[in-house]
Design a protein. Structure first.
Ligand SMILES: [Zn+2]
Length: 80
């Protein structure tokens, strides 16, 4: 794809599309709460632990703040 900035970005883009497809087809279910803090009523984001092209998407559902903590500066303090 020519619109992808980097190969990594492209991979993430594909992975996100895969999540959306899986949700649409019912292969993947979006929980109602964050898998880390348990917050409900928040917009959940899928945090990928693997970007493999085949198989089921691997990762967990996190609210925006937990996702930020996990991927951003707070990474060191994030308990698994
Ligand atoms: Zn959370």
């Amino acid at each position: 794809m020519s619109d992808a900035k980097t190969p990594e970005e492209h991979k993430k883009k594909l992975a996100r599309a895969k999540i959306n497809n899986a949700l649409r087809d019912g292969r993947l279910k979006k929980p109602k709460h964050c898998s880390h803090c348990g917050a409900t009523g928040k917009k959940l984001q899928f945090h990928h632990t693997s970007y493999s092209k085949t198989g089921k998407p691997k990762g967990r559902w996190l609210c925006a703040s937990c996702h930020q903590k996990l991927t951003g500066n707070g990474k060191k303090n994030f308990k698994k």
